[in-house]
Design a protein around this ligand. Structure first.
Ligand code: PLP
Length: 384
């Protein structure tokens, strides 16, 4: 065992970083102040009131009337797992649309919960066509179709036109990953006829990581009521969680109250700005970034109509060591950009403009840095 005197560490001193990678994004200072408030009990009447407010504002940012709309305690993956754990039963036929890394995570989770999984895939950088989805749903007759709206590994925004109606027509639940779209990319959940969706706190909502917003509609509730067995995951079982988040407010687990203070403030910020205005801001700043990158002679990985306003994939120029360059930006300038993930590792950088970080000044700052620092890496003047 270590002696106590060797554990007398200095207080944590995090440097200021501008997080322009795939997430987390910087938290808004107002959110950080809210998180620093003294905790309340998770059953304190003041906290119970805050839960109502958070639920109401989450419904607004998702544009849904879903009764069960809650922040799951945990990151986006916990909320992702909540959708699958609750709805999938052993042997259920499930179809997963895979347009990148996070689709593969959905496949993995569905397999772990015993689903009979069919996969519909496209090369990373493309989106699934409506026709291919229709054909796969007719062929496989799944009870659930899971899809990533904003694929953070590729920078593709999956078009949703007609998919919700198609799923209803074929009696199939639609699960949508909105981790990199909530609050930033146009999405009206009820209008799109999405049955279950999940997200995270650390991207478009300008909050630190730690909460996973989750929502489900009546068709999903009905499927869960028909379950033959218990949800094989105690923590994420909505039958327990909904009594804490519903009228009864019965204890389920000790909620991370301070994170929910932060989420409340983050959602308040979004309500002040207005959802549509936030969508336009993200769009405008990403258009400015795309133009600037192309003016620097860089190539974007995704064709314009499919690009995500929150996450841009830029192809690493030939001869440049992508990781060495992103490390240089972080170490010298305190600016983070992301490296490629999965099959795009070494091929692209990932630039995030999410939540409070989506601003014209951040775009200018990054473009200036690229203009200043990239030539040395291109010409091989920087040893790798
Ligand atoms: N889905 C997508 C599209 C993501 O980008 C991420 C994380 O970045 C996740 C799911 C998982 O979320 P988390 O890392 O918060 O668990």
């Amino acid at each position: 065992m270590s002696a106590a005197h060797r554990l007398q560490l200095e207080p944590i001193a995090t440097p200021h970083r501008l997080l322009l990678g795939p997430g987390p994004s910087n938290a808004d200072p107002r959110v950080l102040e809210a998180i620093a408030r003294p905790p309340l009990s998770h059953l304190d009447p003041l906290y119970l009131e805050l839960m109502n407010e958070v639920q109401e504002m989450l419904r607004y940012v998702w544009q849904t009337d879903n009764r069960i709309t809650i922040p799951v305690s945990g990151t986006g993956s916990a909320a992702m797992e909540a959708t699958i754990a609750n709805t999938v039963e052993k042997g259920d036929r499930v179809l997963v649309g895979v347009i990148g890394y996070f689709g593969l995570r959905l496949v993995d989770m569905c397999n772990r919960y015993g689903a009979d999984v069919e996969v519909l895939e496209v090369p990373w950088g493309e989106a699934l066509s409506f026709e291919s989805i229709e054909e796969a749903i007719i062929r496989h007759r799944p009870v659930l179709f899971a899809l990533v709206h904003a694929e953070t590994s590729t920078g593709v925004c999956q078009p949703l036109d007609g998919i919700g109606a198609l799923c209803r027509e074929h009696d199939c639940l639609l699960v949508l990953d909105t981790v990199t779209s909530l609050g930033a990319v146009p999405l009206k959940l009820d209008e799109a006829q999405v049955d279950l969706a999940y997200s995270c706190s650390q991207k478009g909502l300008s909050c630190p990581p730690g909460l996973g917003p989750f929502t489900m509609g009546p068709r999903a509730e009905a499927k869960i009521e028909r379950r033959k067995g218990k949800v094989p995951n105690w923590y994420l079982d909505m039958s327990g969680l909904k009594s804490y988040w519903g009228k009864d407010r019965t204890y389920h687990h000790t909620a991370p109250v301070n994170m929910n203070f932060g989420l409340r403030e983050a959602l308040r910020l979004l309500c002040e700005e207005g959802l549509e205005n936030a969508w336009v801001r993200h769009r405008d700043n990403s258009e400015k970034l795309w133009l600037g990158l192309e003016e620097l002679g860089l190539e974007l990985h995704v064709p314009h109509p499919l690009r995500l306003p929150t996450l841009t994939t830029v192809r690493i120029p030939a001869g440049v060591d992508g990781k060495a360059f992103s490390s240089h930006l972080l170490n010298k300038h305190g600016v983070e950009i992301g490296n490629g993930l999965g099959s795009l590792a070494g091929e692209v950088w990932r630039i995030g403009l999410m939540g409070t970080n989506s601003s014209a000044s951040n775009v200018d700052l990054l473009l200036n840095l690229l203009e200043l620092e990239l030539p040395a890496f291109r010409s091989g003047r920087v040893a790798v």
